[in-house]
Design a protein around this ligand. Sequence first.
Ligand SMILES: Cc1cc2nc3c(=O)[nH]c(=O)nc-3n(C[C@H](O)[C@H](O)[C@H](O)COP(=O)(O)OP(=O)(O)OC[C@H]3O[C@@H](n4cnc5c(N)ncnc54)[C@H](O)[C@@H]3O)c2cc1C
Length: 381
Amino acid sequence: MENYQVAIVGSGPSGASAAFHLAKAGIKSIVLEKETLPRYKVCGGGLVYRGKKDMPFDVTSAVDITFHEVDVYMGKNLHFKTHRDQPIVSLVMRDAFDKLMIEKAQEHGVTLLENCKVIALSSSKNGVMVETNQGTLQVQQVIAADGVYSQLAKMAGWEKDTRTLIPALEYEVEVDPKNFERLSKEIRFDIDAIPGGYGWCFPKKHHLSIGVAIIQKLKDEQKIKAYCAKYMQFLGIDEIVDIKKYGYQIPVTPRLDGFVKNNVFLIGDAAGFADPLTAEGISNAILSGKLVAKAIEESKGDLKKAAANYSKIIENTIMPELLTSMKLAKLFYSNKTVRKFLLKKYGQRFSEALTDIFMGEKNYPKNVNEKIKEKLKELVF
Ligand SMILES: Cc1cc2nc3c(=O)[nH]c(=O)nc-3n(C[C@H](O)[C@H](O)[C@H](O)COP(=O)(O)OP(=O)(O)OC[C@H]3O[C@@H](n4cnc5c(N)ncnc54)[C@H](O)[C@@H]3O)c2cc1C
């Protein structure tokens, strides 16, 4: 194989974003992808505005529908609606979206090798030897963008997985025209559609992406399929024309033992960068791809500096947000009574705050615990 400075493994949003920014910086890179594009990825495909506005190119051609309003429900009686002038969520099918992203990187000179599975990594004098099913290549750095089940992390020396992985189901459901008309008018989140988590119904061009995620670990996780079936009943879906059912995991806490080892950099789900409260992972996948490219570019070929740059940049940007969101998620999902109590009184404010975060207009509040305790005191006394 030709000579490249960086090998990016995985062509999801994190890998494609890293590839795009490296190419723009003039760094010779190759993307190794085990599948052939376009490929299906289990995902609701909800691209929040925070992620969309961070994109360095227009993604309209890969967007099915945009929503300027978001509906948050808790059971049948609590309903909160937020509205923004810009689209809060753009709904995409990941096969088209990921393909568009990688094509944009290719336009800037990145090489894409499909059907290319990385099977081993080893340290070499000037970087890393990458063994694939199509041969071996020597690079200075490897970016592991290989998703939640990252084998690259294991190969590079992360022996223990310190992320929290949560189960999630995604059903691609074609319903009868009457139900499609009714349910495709809104993008909805149903808190408590599943114990310790939430459900969603995301309309796409011709079908609905319906799913559930268990954010707070449950003893009876095996019941997740039954919960999803119940959620579809709750949505009033009585006629299914076609259904494809998928199960996958989402990493909702970051790794605790660093994001760079032996010139291998972890980004996106491989690093554990999905948001702990919402399980939304596309934005931070895109952002971490951009940040790793910046760290490598600014190191000007100094391998140690690139590693130090990336660690520092993540500690200062993504990590503080994730740590606060982790606290909020623990409070929010662990106690149903407190959650209902707070949402009854502050549900609209909570939905507005979450929408501001989706829009990238606000960060998570730093003193979450104190703020919630304050609100509880106000309510009780
Ligand atoms: C059910 C469900 C619903 C979700 N809904 C949303 C949502 O609505 N909005 C949102 O923001 N996030 C959502 N997420 C999270 C989101 O899907 C992920 O956070 C995001 O895909 C992470 O991107 P990534 O680039 O890190 O990894 P991925 O998108 O998983 O891409 C990894 C790529 O690496 C390739 N690969 C893996 N191993 C190898 C190898 N050894 N060699 C070569 N290639 C390899 C894979 O084929 C794949 O293309 C959801 C997740 C799930 C499970």
